[in-house]
Each structure stands twice: as C-alpha cells, then as structure tokens.
Design a protein around this ligand. Structure first.
Ligand SMILES: [Zn+2]
Ligand SMILES: [Zn+2]
Length: 171
C-alpha cells in the first residue's frame, strides 16, 4: 500500500482515539506506528514482537487492548482462517474487496483481487434474493515450497510463544 494511504489511515486512527478520549501512550504509539508501516497480515503475537522492536516496553496487554480499537475503527480487519488465533489485515483502506490465499503449513498469505469473482458473487447473491454488503474469499492451499518439499521451512511459531528473538521482519 502506498505511503500516503498508510499515513492517512494512521491519522484517521489517531482521530478515532482522540474522539474517544483515549490517551496515546508511548506504547500505544509504537503499536500504531508498526501497524501502519506494514503491508503484511499479522497475528497479535507478531504485532507484539514487531512493536517491541520500536519500543521494548510494549506489553502484551497493551497490544491486546489496542487490537479491538484498530478493528473497531474499520482501518484494520480481523481475519479468521480457522486457527486458534486471528490474523489482522492493514490493507483494507485501499483495497476493500481483496481476497486471500493462505498456505496451510507456513501460513504465508497472498492477496488477490478479481473482477470476475466479484461479478460472479454478486450474480449469485442477487439470484438468491440478497444484496452484498461485504465479500471476501479465503482459500487455504499449499504454497510452492509445500508442494515441492512436502513441508515449509519457515513455520509460523509466533502464535503462542512470545520469544523476542524471532526473525520475521516486516518489509
Ligand atoms: Zn489482505
Ligand atoms: Zn507454505
């Protein structure tokens, strides 16, 4: 996502906090800066880890208190891939109708958009007498590596463990 869109989204979120008279502590600022600097989908534990690189004092509790505010603001979308933890998507401001493929082993997530799918979905919806208010498609699949090697080298281990030495850098 473009830097301009990211910055606008972050400003909107800061307004959202101000409207609710929520104090922006240094911890919360580090979390917000992290969220609006990445295009990657993340779990709560990943967000904790990334935010701690900006500010070591960021606590798990603050991350878990900030996430519902982010989703409530509409700027970050919570995604459920049937795991026992959720993923969060910061890319909806620019692409409100994008879809996802997730690798069932390494949990690599790729986004895509398709006019064809959108058209098909609204046709089906109309035929059934509904009108669409939101659409998203989630595909669980095997990535290149999983197909080739039978297992992915880079497993996601951040869900439960909160180790500070993980090496998953947001780009
Ligand atoms: Zn996405
Ligand atoms: Zn994989």
């Amino acid at each position: 996502m473009s830097v301009v869109v990211k910055r606008a989204a972050k400003e909107k979120f800061m307004d959202f906090l101000a409207d609710r008279n929520l104090r922006v502590t240094a911890q919360r600022q580090a979390i917000v800066d992290t969220v609006f600097a990445t295009d990657q989908h993340f779990t709560a534990e990943q967000l904790l880890e990334w935010s701690r690189r900006r500010d070591k004092s960021v606590s798990r509790a603050t991350v878990y208190r900030t996430l519902p505010l982010l989703t409530e603001s509409g700027l970050v979308r919570e995604m459920d891939f049937g795991k026992d933890y959720k993923f969060y998507d910061p890319n909806y401001a620019e692409h409100p109708n994008h879809n996802h493929i997730i690798c069932k082993d390494c949990e690599k997530i790729v986004e895509f958009e398709s006019d064809k799918i959108e058209k098909l979905e609204s046709e089906i919806t109309r035929r059934l007498g509904f009108s669409i208010t939101a659409q998203r498609l989630q595909i669980t699949a095997s990535c290149e590596e999983l197909k080739k090697l039978g297992a992915c080298k880079k497993k996601v281990t951040t869900a439960k463990s909160a180790v500070a030495d993980a090496s998953d850098e947001p780009h």
